[in-house]
Design a protein around this ligand. Structure first.
Ligand code: PMV
Length: 314
């Protein structure tokens, strides 16, 4: 039996713009997906997930991970996750990373982090119709804070190049931050939202300018984190929410939740793909933010950040 687990993440700044080569900052959350891979007896050929045969259309990330590792049945996979899906918290990246880790370990292969990060990114690309950045997958594999950039800088983890675009993935030291996550209750499908932004950028002349501005906000965010300047970081998050609204990935519900969190926060924004999913608030009054969000029927929690990335147990 081989087991692996990997964390979800929140994007502090730079989502969507990162798909176009702008920088983004993400941190891993102590909410994990665990995958166990057990060779099953010949009596049960094929591959099962949580006891059910893997269907042609089910679990696309798992099917891609099976293809990438060349894993064959009979194999029983067990998945359990603390992460809600389609909530902008990186559940699919965590699933990809943990499945790859468990499958490699089950084959007696070493799960090298740069290799798993590359494979998980390719899975994300395949399931998001070629439009994806390595942000979620690298954060899930590496844990802690991650800066994605189009140029090389200090703390380099690894780099990827696809279709003429290059991403340099860096370790970013993140000071202790209190973040509240609010779940909108709407499903935000990453592929759909990324396609929406692509259409908007093609159509609207100011679309690309908004993408560049979101990148600029992420660059300023790196400095604010280094200076431990939470007031500035919060302002950058507020402005990023406006940019994401212009790109068409916010919703009235997300706008309402952000407005609800702001009186008790340094700043608040949608996080991840949008169209639903989650908001994050940077605050030193987490109880007030949680209470205010819950009063709007929004499940909210104080995020625990983690430096633990992919962990594999053969
Ligand atoms: O899938 P989510 O909601 O965790 O966010 C993905 C972040 C995007 O920038 C929207 C897409 C990407 O691949 O970077």
């Amino acid at each position: 039996v081989a087991e692996a687990s990997a964390p979800g993440k929140v994007i502090l700044l730079g989502e969507h713009a990162v798909v176009y080569g702008e920088p983004a900052i993400a941190v891993a959350l102590e909410l994990r997906t665990r995958v166990r891979a057990e060779p099953a007896g010949e009596a049960r050929p094929g591959i099962t997930v949580n006891g059910e045969p893997l269907q042609e259309k089910g679990f696309p990330h798992v099917r891609q991970a099976l293809r990438a590792t060349g894993a064959q049945g009979p194999l029983a996979l067990r998945i359990d996750s603390d992460l809600p899906s389609s909530a902008g918290l990186g559940s699919s990246a965590a699933l990809s990373a943990a499945t790859l880790g468990a499958l490699l370990a089950a084959q007696g292969r070493e799960a090298r982090l740069p290799e798993v990060a590359r494979m998980a990114f390719d899975i994300e690309l395949a399931t998001q119709e070629g439009r994806a950045s390595p942000t979620d997958t690298t954060t899930s594999v590496a844990g802690g804070g991650v800066l994605v950039d189009s140029v090389e800088g200090p703390g380099l983890l690894w780099q990827f190049e696809r279709d003429g675009k290059r991403w340099w993935l860096h370790r970013l030291e993140v000071p202790s931050l209190t973040l509240v996550v609010g779940l909108s209750g709407q499903r935000g499908r990453t592929g759909e939202q990324v396609a929406r932004v692509a259409a908007h950028v093609l159509r609207a002349p100011q679309g690309m300018a908004t993408v560049r501005e979101l990148g600029e906000l992420a660059r300023s965010g790196v400095k604010a984190l280094r200076d431990r300047d939470l007031a500035t970081l919060g302002q950058l998050m507020d402005r990023a929410h406006e940019g994401l609204r212009h790109l068409g990935v916010s919703t009235p519900r997300l706008d309402e939740l952000v407005r609800t969190a702001r009186p008790h926060s340094y700043g608040a924004k949608l996080t991840g793909a949008g169209g639903g999913g989650s908001v994050i608030a940077l605050t030193d009054q987490p109880d007030e933010v949680v209470r205010a969000l819950r009063a709007k029927e929004c499940p909210a929690l104080v995020a625990r950040l983690t430096t633990r990335g992919l962990e594999v147990r053969p």
